[in-house]
Design a protein around this ligand. Sequence first.
Ligand code: NAD
Length: 265
Amino acid sequence: MKICMAGACGRMGRRILELAVAEPDIEIGGAFDVPTLAGSELIVGTECNCPRHILVGANAAAEIAQSDVLIDFTVAQACMGNALLAAKAGKPCVIGTTGLSVEYKAELIAMAREVAIVYAPNMSVGVNLLFKIANEVALVLGLDYNVEITEIHHNLKKDSPSGTAVRLAEGIADVWGLDYRQDVAHGREGMVGERPVRQIGMHALRGGDVVGEHTVSFIGRGERVELTHKAHNRDNFARGALRAARFVIDAGPGLYDMQDVLGLK
Ligand SMILES: NC(=O)c1ccc[n+]([C@@H]2O[C@H](COP(=O)([O-])OP(=O)(O)OC[C@H]3O[C@@H](n4cnc5c(N)ncnc54)[C@H](O)[C@@H]3O)[C@@H](O)[C@H]2O)c1
């Protein structure tokens, strides 16, 4: 399987390339980033003692054409352009980029009529289990418990709240018949009044080099249940992305998520 890495020079891109080189069934078919980084050379594979020099390409379409699957960890707007290039070339795609608007997600659904796309704001196995468990806890506890979601990320993260926090809130909103746009309160300030029952609180903390932590608190009378996931480094996301790539090259057209990849549905 030849992968094409979009965002090759980024934190996730470099990590995915590093781990991909160690996998016997994976080759690097292409790599690209923003035009100003075209022509840069990345040295990956040092950890597995098989160093490889990867040239960051200048032409996204050409890099995609010489690969079997696109893996995109860039920024929302760029990711949509890259996914469209892959769809036009009939190549499946794994999207880890977060911060996609509702309109962008609708565009992905349209593209997925033609090609297979895995779109997952968090590719870790543990977090995907958390998605499932949080929904189950919400179902049992019900609206008697107030749910508040807190997430912590490094100070370089651009979007807020994290895609993982959004996904957690969307799942619980579905279970409780709430509307994400209307019923999610992003932080609180001033005389906001009593907390409505039909609300999901969302709080984003930013600082230092925290890779990613998410806690869902179900706060009731006299007790609270807290579900927490902490990522120690980016390898769990990178391994998940490679697992998703193996899944998507054999899948038919459609929009999939990590629950599909991991068989959690
Ligand atoms: N799904 C997951 O499991 C997961 C895990 C970690 C991060 N992320 C998300 O992945 C994205 C990237 O994260 P990061 O920490 O690697 O960020 P980063 O800023 O380190 O890297 C992003 C890279 O994308 C490049 N880029 C921007 N526009 C581009 C374009 N048009 N074409 C090609 N490359 C372009 C940037 O130059 C940069 O090198 C973010 O949206 C982040 O939230 C997802």
